[in-house]
Design a binder for this molecule. Structure first.
Ligand SMILES: [Zn+2]
Length: 61
């Protein structure tokens, strides 16, 4: 796995490039820009676990 390899978004399964993704805590995966839009801009996504973000996205809907 190279530094610039594409990873899968944990939430929508889209492939995300290095610049358009954010890493979740504990290496739990990545979130793409699209899914990030479903999150509040007030939270620091990279400090959340997958479960917490799932709950947050539900809440924001
Ligand atoms: Zn996504």
């Amino acid at each position: 796995m190279g530094f610039f390899s594409k990873e899968q978004c944990t939430f929508c399964d889209n492939k995300v490039g290095y610049l358009s993704r954010k890493k979740l805590v504990n290496n739990e995966g990545y979130i793409c820009k699209e899914c990030e839009k479903n999150c509040s801009s007030l939270i620091n996504i990279s400090h959340y676990t997958k479960k917490e973000l799932e709950r947050h996205i539900e809440y924001m809907k």
